[in-house]
Design a protein around this ligand. Structure first.
Ligand code: ATP
Ligand code: MG
Length: 255
């Protein structure tokens, strides 16, 4: 990290996360547009008080249950996700038996290679979706993201896609897949179209999700299916939107 963040800075954590992305940019994992997308996320995070809400916990629990009951779950990784959660992506993959696939909106061969190498350096053994492996196609989608790995997203029943774009979420849903998104904006097309959307910062979500997976691993299938059945994505998004509205309207005199 090039910039030394003062530990007692009131926004130290937020600055630390920004630095991870800037480092990711310098290392060829992240594109400039990714920094802007993160800025949009930061705005919603600010309004949510930069903490994991109860509705996010409910969504994380349903996510853990869905990943544990899926026969072929996959974790779709883009540049921001790799830069923010590199080590945790591998832990998550081990905790739920999901494969890892790189999928990029701003695609380049160099960037997909950089992300694959980065994850392998952190311990990933089989990173799908790069080079000559992208021979399958997602219908209903244009651009580079439609090229996927026939061993991964193409045959997955559940796709975990943090920081996703709305049109790919829709395309994956049209293919009959369950889509789990992490998006701080409850109004986005991604959030609304996902089977489950976790409205929280991905850097806070993944460690909680890993913990939740370990806790729920011993539950039987029926009880996990029950947890999924009880979750209503739109109701959950509305609760997050309500918290954001409240965060934007109550200014504390103590700040
Ligand atoms: P959509 O295509 O779903 O309508 P969008 O076009 O507004 O959404 P994109 O640019 O496709 O947004 O993706 C960025 C999304 O990722 C934003 O909604 C932003 O809130 C969210 N985001 C950015 N950084 C984070 C983060 N660290 N954690 C969670 N969500 C984030
Ligand atoms: Mg979009």
């Amino acid at each position: 990290m090039q910039f030394n963040i003062p530990q007692d800075h009131p926004r130290a954590e937020s600055l630390r996360v920004r630095e991870m992305l800037v480092e990711g940019l310098r290392g060829g994992l992240v594109v400039e547009e990714g920094l802007i997308a993160h800025g949009r996320g930061e705005t919603f995070d600010y309004l949510l008080g930069e903490k994991t809400t109860l509705s996010a916990i409910m969504a994380i629990k349903a996510t853990a249950a869905m990943l544990l009951t899926s026969s072929h779950p996959i974790i779709s990784v883009n540049g921001n996700f790799a830069a923010l959660c590199g080590k945790e992506i591998i832990e998550l993959s081990r905790a739920c038996g999901a494969l890892i696939e790189v999928n990029l909106f701003y695609h380049s061969v160099n960037r997909e290679r950089a992300i694959k190498c980065y994850l392998e350096r952190l311990g990933a053994t089989d990173v799908l979706g790069t080079g000559k492996d992208r021979t399958a196609t997602i219908p209903y989608l244009n651009g580079e993201r439609k090229h996927v790995d026939p061993r991964g997203i193409a045959i997955a029943d559940t796709v975990f896609v943090p920081l996703e774009d709305g049109d790919r979420t829709e395309a994956l849903k049209k293919m009959g897949k369950k889509v789990i998104a992490v998006d701080l904006n409850p109004l986005s097309r991604t959030s609304v179209h996902a089977t489950i959307c976790i409205v929280d910062n991905v850097v806070r979500v993944i460690p909680i999700l890993i913990q939740m997976l370990l806790e729920l691993k011993s539950e039987n299938r029926e009880s996990l299916m029950n947890m999924i059945g009880k979750f209503d994505n739109i109701m959950n998004l509305n609760e997050s939107a309500r918290l954001i509205r409240r965060g934007g309207s109550e200014i504390s005199a103590t700040i």
